[in-house]
Design a protein around this ligand. Structure first.
Ligand SMILES: C[S@@+](CC[C@H](N)C(=O)[O-])C[C@H]1O[C@@H](n2cnc3c(N)ncnc32)[C@H](O)[C@@H]1O
Length: 319
């Protein structure tokens, strides 16, 4: 195999890859590609940098440092995206479409579902833990009949719809990302007999009553998985709206390690979750932990569902 950086000294390259991997949650091979792009997209500059090598320390040069800084920035922004490889996600979406057209058996689509779960940073993190995730959930509560998944991402793809004991009647899933909702819409026939209802909407615009099927005043459970910290950072004003979610229980979780950096953030995120529980006036009835995720199962008081009850009469936009 030809060397990817023929002009960049191996020792320096190895050191930079390792420094990036120590700081960011990225594999060496991918970090190498970012470095390759950073240096080889500016060949003239690289030649200039290498002029004094090996007599001088090129890593002290301002232009060298500028390239490294820009590579790190690109790595950071790359890791901040939920679905960083849009081409791959697009191909998987087509595969899923094809699969759904040829068979309504969810088990036949296991591989493409798994590949899709691996394509989103949030579900990728728990891809090995999903059996444990659901075991822990069903140890705490009976499999729910009605679920509302807020800021769902593509997490609904992981739900054990294929098992009679666990498949719910209704699974309403909402996210502001059109991409994830499109995937869930394609997937929804495979969730049958569960009625999977994907809705693209920002939480700020949600009228909770619109999510309630006629005759229902609340869901058995709402999932807010790795959502509250995101809302706290990006859209704090809508937090009070979230506490009005029409659900008797909420499973809220957060990540223990930062999305981009190798940094333990559990204590900080725990504070965020607990503040939310206090704001919602909920009671913690269970603790939830898997590898890089932790959270609480909370029971909501009447305050948590009152607004939805008020509007229940004019519901049924989606049912
Ligand atoms: C960290 S991801 C978690 C995804 C999923 N709950 C999971 O755990 O796999 C946060 C999700 O919240 C969604 N989100 C963020 N702000 C939102 C908002 N204001 N309204 C609706 N969805 C939002 C994002 O699009 C993203 O899919």
């Amino acid at each position: 195999m030809s060397h990817p950086f023929p002009e960049l000294p191996e020792a320096i390259l190895t050191r930079e890859v390792s420094a990036i991997c120590d700081r960011y949650r990225i594999e060496p091979e991918e970090a190498g590609k970012f470095l390759e792009h950073g240096f080889y997209s500016q060949p003239d500059l690289l030649s200039k940098i290498l002029e004094r090598y090996p007599d001088g320390d090129i890593t002290k040069r301002r232009d060298y440092k500028a390239i490294i800084k820009s590579v790190r920035k690109k790595v950071y922004y790359h890791l901040r995206q939920y679905q960083s490889d849009s081409q791959k996600s697009g191909e998987l979406k087509k595969q899923l479409e094809h699969q759904v057209a040829s068979s309504s058996d969810i088990h036949q689509s296991r591989q493409v579902i798994q590949d899709l779960l691996m394509s989103h940073i949030s579900t990728k993190e728990r891809s090995d833990d999903y059996p444990v995730f659901y075991k822990k959930l069903f140890d705490m509560i009976e499999p729910p009949r009605t679920i509302l998944d807020v800021g769902c991402g593509i997490h609904p793809l992981s739900y054990p719809f294929g098992e009679v004991e666990t498949c719910p009647d209704i699974y309403a899933a909402t996210d502001k990302s059109q991409d994830v909702i499109e995937i869930l819409k394609i997937f929804s026939p495979l969730a049958k007999p569960t009625r999977l209802m994907p809705v693209c909407e920002s939480i700020a615009d949600i009228r909770w009553a619109d999510y309630l099927p006629n005759g229902m005043d609340s869901f058995d459970i709402a999932f807010m998985l790795k959502l509250i910290p995101v809302i706290c950072r990006q859209d704090r004003d809508i937090l009070p709206h979230l506490i009005n979610v029409p659900a008797r229980r909420i499973l809220i979780t957060a990540s223990a390690e930062a999305m981009t950096r190798r940094k333990n953030i559990r204590r900080r995120e725990d504070r965020v979750l607990r503040d939310f529980i206090e704001l919602a006036g909920g009671n913690i009835i269970g603790k939830f932990t898997i590898t890089n995720e932790f959270g609480y199962l909370i029971r909501m008081g009447a305050g948590g569902i009152c607004q939805s009850r008020e509007h229940a009469a004019d519901s049924s936009r989606f049912y």
